[in-house]
Design a protein around this ligand. Structure first.
Ligand code: PLP
Length: 371
């Protein structure tokens, strides 16, 4: 059974032939970081591509989460989801705030807006939802709740690059949204990220915060951090932006192939496209109902590995089960039944631009035949 390994993801790489002349230009300019030429170009290009007005580049997707909480001066408790990558909750902890976990919707894996109000206390100041797998949260309902209780909303949109709802970027919802440009994401700058806000004064403040709080050569306006994107990765990012549309189209074709081939398999649930939503096919999760499928999720996960196919259980284990957080009252599994259910059922199948049909068929064969 020695066959080509199929990984869950593979990075979108720009052409080296196109990258080398840009590197020469950077060498000639001798300006490597601190809001240089390519940094400015990439911010402009991303704002245009994504359909947002104010975007600030960061060195990864975690620091914009931490910085958003700082920029909005969030205090006390932040309502969030346990069904995400750990960075979401870590960013709350790093601000000395208390994360409060709320259960999720079975259909999407996103925070359940109808369960948010019960978690609000006099100390709650913000909600940090995640557009899990790139599926937009119910942003309208979340905003209604935020408005009634006077809460800020910061979306972890690490999965939602390019996602639109009725033609409008999902990144325009809430007070701020963050992106990750990590190598494994739909769009990457090797490592990188961004923070999206909705007015110029806030962008200015964010730009101070990601540069140690400097507002001028001798003025420091806040205890900032260092998260400045460099010129080399900005240039790489400009090149990758040119091919991201075709990468998403390629992912969509793979998703359609999986959906057609697996739709009649009992016990396998897949996500559906939502009307009016421009999806990015960031992940291809399947949810295994062990009884109906006749095999557990973990046995399928191991079976795929026997065939050199490496799926990932995003998001298992839940953030609320890690030692840093499991002592919180809201981390009690009784409070999070749907999140626990999905964490036990989920398996993300290989999904990336350039995954060929032969490989997809190999994955499908194992899922269908369980051997
Ligand atoms: C990837 C990811 C992050 C963190 O991004 P990095 O660029 O790896 O720091 C945060 N939240 C979610 C949901 C992610 O998937």
């Amino acid at each position: 059974m020695s066959s080509k390994q199929i990984t869950v993801t593979s990075p979108l790489l720009p052409s080296l032939d196109d990258f080398i002349p840009m590197l020469r230009d950077i060498w000639d300019r001798k300006w490597l970081t601190n809001n240089g030429h390519y940094h400015k170009e990439l911010e402009k290009a991303l704002a245009g591509y994504l359909g947002v007005n104010y975007i600030s580049l960061f060195t990864n997707g975690t620091l914009p989460l931490i910085t958003a909480l700082q920029a909005l001066r969030i205090s006390g408790e932040v309502i969030t989801t346990p069904y995400s990558f750990v960075a979401t909750t870590h960013s709350i902890w790093w601000n000395g705030l208390k994360p409060v976990f709320v259960d999720i919707e079975e259909e999407t894996g996103n925070i359940d807006p109808e369960k948010i109000e019960a978690a609000i206390t006099p100390r709650t100041t913000a909600i940090m939802p995640v557009h899990v797998y790139g599926t937009p949260c119910n942003t309208k309902r979340i905003q209604e709740i935020a408005d009634v209780y006077g809460l800020k909303v910061i979306y972890d949109a690490a999965h939602a690059f390019g996602v639109k709802v009725n033609g409008e970027s999902v990144l325009n919802a809430g007070d701020m949204s963050t992106l990750s440009f990590h190598a494994t994401k739909v769009y990457n700058t090797v490592e990188g990220g961004a923070l999206i806000c909705h007015d110029e004064a806030t962008k200015k403040r964010i730009d101070y915060l990601k540069n140690f709080g400097f507002a001028g050569e001798t003025t420091v306006v806040a205890p900032g951090i260092n998260s400045k994107m460099d010129e080399i990765r900005s240039a790489y990012g400009l090149l990758n932006l040119k091919q991201v549309d075709s990468a998403i189209a390629n992912r969509k074709a793979t998703a359609e192939h999986y959906r057609t081939a697996l739709k009649d398999v009992p016990g396998v649930r897949m996500l559906k496209d939502i009307e009016g939503v421009q999806h990015n096919y960031a992940y291809f999760p399947i949810f295994i109902d062990e009884k109906a499928y006749g095999m557990s999720r973990d046995d399928l996960y191991m079976k795929l590995q026997e065939h050199d196919i490496f799926g990932r259980r995003y998001f298992y284990p839940l953030i609320s089960t890690f030692s840093a957080y499991k002592g919180l009252e809201s981390a009690n599994p009784k409070n999070l039944p749907i999140a626990h259910k999905l964490a036990e059922q989920v398996l993300c199948l290989p999904m990336f631009a350039g995954l060929d049909e032969e490989s997809t068929n190999r994955v499908i064969d194992v899922v269908r035949n369980k051997r």
